[in-house]
Design a protein around this ligand. Structure first.
Ligand code: DGY
Length: 327
């Protein structure tokens, strides 16, 4: 009997075919809305494998409703939506999709950095709204990017890929990380700061690439924003709750920092009424850091390969709690 799998969203055909070939798949086969909680609870009662997205909370309550569950695979690198400790206690491998989204996400972080520094969306609105009367010396003047200093908070794969792009722009690269990254330092002449405070004070651009954990929640709040330069730009393509949005909104409204480029929010989806979306010095996107056709397809395929391997008792290509795997 093929294992029973529940899939919480429509995924690219190539990935779906991998699941169908190895499992008895039941799916919430839609682009939107996300699977309702009652449907998910009902489905996990029988499921041995769960293929989920970052919008699905795989918490203790859900796990309790899933007595036969043997593997969880998320189509994302971040897994803060999953209670990994509870899965580990049950011997359930939790799989994610590192690596395949690194370059696309770094591209988008840099796009936000550039757009916020040079006021690109604001300038486009100005033109489209018919407000352009004449060329003017300081019209929509932004901040230089080339030759400035970037501060990378969390120099994992994506942070380092952003650093490589920054070097192409002749930027000085600073970073914070739990451990030194000698290869990154050599490749990008990057310098590890002794503290986040040191990075915040020195950087013209602060870009966040840390995972969301209890320790990193609100790592950027009023105190940290006060340490940034008034000309600095904050970029967040990692997870919204890394930033205290109320404090950021105040800092931007009072022009205590220059601008922010945000792909993620404390509560998603953000709505047009969100106070940050009303500020001219904020460039916002709807959590599309990894959203290229090739990258999202690669993520979907890797998540399927992970799940199939785990259910077949093989080592999945990417598992965040490998201690539960045999051998
Ligand atoms: C992730 O993978 O964690 C992103 O947020 C979506 O690409």
């Amino acid at each position: 009997m093929p294992p029973a799998v529940f899939l919480t969203r429509r995924i690219p055909e190539q990935a779906r075919a991998l699941l169908d070939a190895a499992a008895d798949v039941r799916a919430w086969d839609r682009e939107e809305p996300p699977v309702p909680r009652d449907v998910l609870y009902d489905a996990v009662a029988e499921a041995e494998g769960l293929y989920c997205l970052l919008t699905d909370a795989v918490d203790a309550e859900l796990l309790a409703a899933a007595p036969r569950l043997r593997a969880v695979s998320t189509m994302a690198v971040g897994y803060d939506n999953i209670d990994v400790a509870a899965c580990t206690r049950r011997g359930i491998p939790v799989c994610n999709t590192p690596g395949v989204l690194t370059e696309a996400t770094a591209d988008l972080a840099f796009a936000l950095l550039m757009a916020a520094a040079r006021r690109v969306p604001e300038a486009e609105r100005y033109l489209r709204e018919g407000r352009w009367r004449t060329w003017s010396p300081m019209l929509l003047a932004g901040q230089d990017v080339h030759g400035r200093t970037i501060g990378i908070v969390g120099a994992g794969r994506i942070g380092q890929a952003v650093g490589a792009r920054a070097r192409g722009f002749g930027m000085e690269v600073l970073y914070t990380a739990r451990s030194p990254k000698p290869d990154f330092e050599a490749a990008c002449q990057a310098r590890r700061c002794a503290s986040l405070d040191e990075l915040l004070a020195a950087a013209d651009f602060v870009t966040l690439h840390a995972p969301l954990t209890p320790e990193t929640r609100h790592m950027i709040g009023g105190r940290e924003l006060a340490r940034m330069k008034p000309t600095a730009v904050l970029v967040n393509t990692a997870r919204g709750p890394l930033v205290d949005e109320a404090a950021l909104q105040r800092a931007l409204a009072e022009e205590r920092i220059w601008a922010a480029g945000l792909d993620v929010f404390e509560r998603e989806p953000a709505t047009p009424e969100h106070p940050l979306l009303r500020l001219p010095n904020v460039v916002t996107l709807p959590h599309i850091g990894s959203a290229t056709v090739a990258t999202r397809t690669a993520m979907a395929v890797l998540a399927a390969e992970n799940l199939v391997a785990a259910l077949q008792g093989r080592r999945p290509p990417a598992c965040v709690n490998p201690e539960v795997l045999a051998g």
